[in-house]
Structures are given as structure tokens and as C-alpha cells.
Design a protein around this ligand. Structure first.
Ligand code: T4K
Length: 427
């Protein structure tokens, strides 16, 4: 328990966690099952190009998404590109800035122009009114992001898309197993893309899947992700290689087996964080349950600097010194990242406000209730002694509590500027 500033590892005290606790630790799986599946692939001498494990993985993912088709791919970024290409998108694609760089980068990489619009501050997801206002003759699609697994306002977005003849796709990288009004994520758009990256609730080491009810689109994607082979009439643009291997599918299937247990643990962890942090002025634990069924793979807190006297970035550094490695999902908004910085965009006040406050805490099977109690202690200390902590950090002349040399070099205490430090990539 920390009671004085000098107890904090940031100011030279002992760290709360050694080894550290990290956001994004892969969830536990049954290794024997993984090895059995890998043995099967090796024995069968079929390692890629639509093997039996990939087929089984696709069936199970399509089932979870409540759709007829799933095309497994090497990662969600390639999946987004494959989808945009197969759907024949051109010109501008409307999307939120409050997302991982992969969403705009995937589009830009294939010559499309991401157009950022603001979020609904209640959900963190695309605001349909802002989407309608951003449509131009060059717009071909809307790509919503189910942020932290919260399903987008699909019906309202569908209305806007239909009015303007646009395709409606979702980046569902966070949203496997999530749902709203009984409709699973994956079934809300014309097509949606899941991520099975190592850090996700279900992982295939690396991987992704595009899910859809559109049989023609699925067929095009299946051909194009294998060099365009088998596409009726051929493919003028050729094709790419975005296939998932059997080894990735073996991991994906084994991780899917563990998914119910992972969700249960995530849900319990989320509840424990809420209990620990409830009532601390200026600290808000995002309540995903208000927005539908969630897999709870992201525990998100907002730090209000005005109330606590401490900026989120300094909280991250103090936590890191304690061995608690958080991430800011997502900060800054993509419009402030290269290569989008400096390009004109609609006003994004809600995105910018959320990006300044947001913090993602460790969860998953690597984290238990006792860990959460100890994380809660440090966060409570930061929030209730925030003014003091900030003042001491800004005045290293106070030798008794001067920050450790390594962390003092961090940019967190620099005055806020219009070009924020990319907190996602900070390590
Ligand atoms: N759309 C959205 C909305 C997304 O969030 C993402 C990916 C995508 C699209 C694209 O999906 P993929 O193409 O990746 O399938 C991480 C993930 O790399 C990224 O997949 C994910 N979103 C994003 C939210 O998180 P970083 O830059 O934070 O990764 P990194 O390497 O800093 O690791 C994050 C944390 O996880 C650290 O605390 C370390 C820990 N970690 C990581 C790995 C890889 C582990 O403990 N073990 C591991 O094996 O992006």
C-alpha cells in the first residue's frame, strides 16, 4: 500500500509488480489441444491454402457472427484491404478517428481516402449525423468501428448508407462475441472484419476473418486472397496472398475453445475494477454493458485531469514504474497521426476529448482479483493525490521525491501541445 509520494516506484520506491502486468497478454489456452491440432496438420502434410483447420475455423467464426460466410485471413488489416478491394470501393471512405491506425491505413494503402468524422460521446462510436454530413460525391463506403467491442449504431448508419448508395462495413477487430439487441457483431454490416491478433480475446498468433452474408462478395474475397485464382472471368487487378495458415488456424481454434472461459474472466475482472475504482472523483470505468453484450477484452478508464489534477499520460508513467503497463486505446486520434496530421477534417471535439483521457488496463486470464486490488491502490493514489504528484513531477528540485532518471526523461510532464505524444506506441 502506497501512502507517501516517495513510496511510488516513480519516485524511487519499490515496484508493485515484478514481473510486470501488461495490457494485451495472450489468454491461456489448452496447449495439449494446440499441439494435437499441429500434429494433425503436420501428419496430414497440409499446411496452408484452405486446409481443414482453416475451414473449421471459418465455420466456427461464421457461427459466432451469425452469418453464412467467413474468409480467414492473415490479419485484420489485410482483411480490411481485401474487403475494400473486393467490394470495388473508390474515392473516400468515412470512418472514426477514434480507432487503431490499421483502420485508415488499410484504406490509404490501397489508394482510398479516409475521411474522419466525430464520435457519439456516449458510445465512442461513429455518430450517424456526422457521417451524413460528411458524404460527398466521392464517398463509396462507411467503415464503422465497434470500439472496445461496443456495437455501432448500425440501423442509423444503414439508413445514411442506403440514402446515399454507400456500402456499410464494420471494423469488428474488438468485437468477437459482442452483440446488441440479439444481433451479433459480424452480422450488422454488409461485411465485417475480426482480428485474431495475439492481444485479442481469441488469437491465432496473427489472424483475421471477414464475415458476410453476401455470397458473391465472399467468393470474390476467397479468390482474391489467393492470388485471384478461380475468380470467374479473372481478376483485372490480379490478387494478393492474405491466407491464414493451418498453424494459425490451430491456435485460433484452440483459443476459440477457451473463449467462454476468457469472457467469464474478463467480465469478473471488469466488475472487480469497477468495485476498486468506484467513487474516486475524476476516474470513470467505462460501462460496456450499457451498450449490449461485450466480451470485456478492454477495461477502459477515463482520467479527468480537471478533477484529479493529473494528466492521463503521467498516470500511465506512474503505473508503468509500478510494473503496470497500460495502453491508451486510442490516443491520439488517427487524424493527429502521420500521414493524416495536417489534412483538413471535420471538427472532432468528442474524439479529442476522449483521446486525452482514455486508458486501457490489464485484464484477461493473466490478471486476477488480487492484481486488480493492487492496480486499484496505485490508481486511487494517483487520482486522489494528483495535484501533489503533478507538482512534484514538474519540480524535480524537490530531491526527496524527484522522479527516477529513466522516467524523468519521458515527455509526460511537457506542457500540452496541439501535437500530442502518441501514447499508443509509448513503451
Ligand atoms: N482495427 C482495430 C480497431 C484494431 O484495434 C486493430 C488492431 C486492427 C484493426 C488491426 O488488426 P490486426 O491487423 O493487428 O489483426 C495492438 C495490436 O498489435 C493490434 O492488433 C490491436 N488492434 C491494438 C489495439 O493493440 P499495439 O501497437 O498496442 O501493440 P504492442 O505490440 O504495443 O502490444 C500491446 C500490448 O500487448 C503490450 O502491452 C504488449 C502486449 N503483448 C503483445 C504481444 C504481441 C503481449 O503481452 N504479448 C504479445 O504477444 O497494437
Amino acid at each position: 500500500m502506497k501512502s507517501a509520494l516517495s513510496d511510488l516506484a516513480f519516485f524511487g520506491g519499490p515496484a508493485a509488480f515484478d514481473p510486470p502486468l501488461l495490457v494485451g497478454r495472450p489468454n491461456r489456452i489448452d496447449r495439449a489441444r494446440l499441439y494435437e491440432r499441429l500434429d494433425r496438420a503436420l501428419d496430414g502434410q497440409w499446411l496452408s491454402n484452405g486446409g481443414p483447420l482453416v475451414r473449421e475455423f471459418e465455420e466456427r467464426v461464421a457461427d459466432l457472427a451469425g452469418v453464412r460466410h467467413a474468409v480467414a485471413v492473415c490479419n485484420a488489416t489485410a482483411g480490411l484491404q481485401l474487403l475494400a478491394h473486393a467490394a470495388g470501393l473508390t474515392g473516400e471512405v468515412i470512418m472514426p478517428s477514434m480507432t487503431f491506425a490499421a483502420t485508415p491505413h488499410a484504406m490509404r494503402w490501397i489508394g482510398l481516402t479516409p475521411v474522419f468524422v466525430d464520435i457519439d460521446p456516449d458510445t465512442g462510436n461513429l455518430d450517424p449525423e456526422q457521417v451524413a454530413a460528411a458524404v460527398t460525391p466521392r464517398t463509396s463506403a462507411v467503415v464503422g468501428v465497434h470500439l472496445w467491442g461496443r456495437p455501432c449504431a448500425a440501423d442509423q448508419l444503414r439508413k445514411v448508407a442506403d440514402e446515399h448508395g454507400l456500402r456499410l462495413f464494420f471494423d469488428a477487430a474488438h468485437a468477437l462475441g459482442c452483440a446488441v439487441d440479439g444481433r451479433p457483431a459480424g452480422s450488422l454490416g454488409d461485411a465485417e472484419v475480426f482480428s485474431f491478433h495475439a492481444t485479442k480475446a481469441v488469437n491465432a498468433f496473427e489472424g483475421g476473418a471477414i464475415v458476410t452474408d453476401d455470397a458473391d462478395l465472399a467468393e470474390r474475397m476467397r479468390a482474391l486472397h489467393n492470388f485471384g485464382f478461380g475468380l470467374p472471368g479473372g481478376s483485372p487487378a490480379g490478387g494478393t496472398n492474405a491466407k491464414m495458415s493451418e498453424a494459425n488456424a490451430a491456435m485460433g481454434l484452440t483459443s476459440l475453445d477457451a473463449f467462454p472461459e476468457v469472457i467469464a474472466r474478463n467480465r469478473a475482472n471488469h466488475a472487480a475494477y469497477r468495485t476498486q475504482l468506484e467513487g474516486i472523483p475524476g476516474v470513470l470505468v467505462a460501462d460496456h454493458d450499457r451498450h449490449g453484450v461485450n466480451n470485456h477484452q478492454y477495461v477502459i478508464v477515463e482520467i479527468d485531469e480537471e478533477t484529479t489534477g493529473i494528466h492521463r499520460d503521467l498516470v500511465m508513467d506512474v503505473l508503468k514504474a509500478e510494473g503496470i503497463h497500460t495502453r491508451a486505446y486510442f490516443s491520439p486520434g488517427c487524424h493527429q497521426l502521420e500521414p493524416y496530421r495536417g489534412q483538413p477534417h471535420a471538427p472532432l471535439p468528442h474524439t479529442e476529448r476522449l483521446a486525452e483521457r482514455v486508458l486501457s488496463l490489464p485484464t484477461g486470464t493473466a490478471v486476477d482479483e488480487d492484481d486488480i486490488r493492487r492496480v486499484g491502490d496505485v490508481l486511487r493514489f494517483c487520482a486522489t493525490r494528483g495535484h501533489e504528484l503533478t507538482a512534484h513531477h514538474r519540480d524535480p528540485a524537490d530531491a526527496a521525491v524527484a522522479p527516477r532518471a529513466t522516467t524523468a526523461a519521458s515527455p509526460v510532464a511537457a506542457p500540452r501541445t496541439t501535437t500530442p505524444t502518441p501514447t499508443i506506441g509509448r513503451s
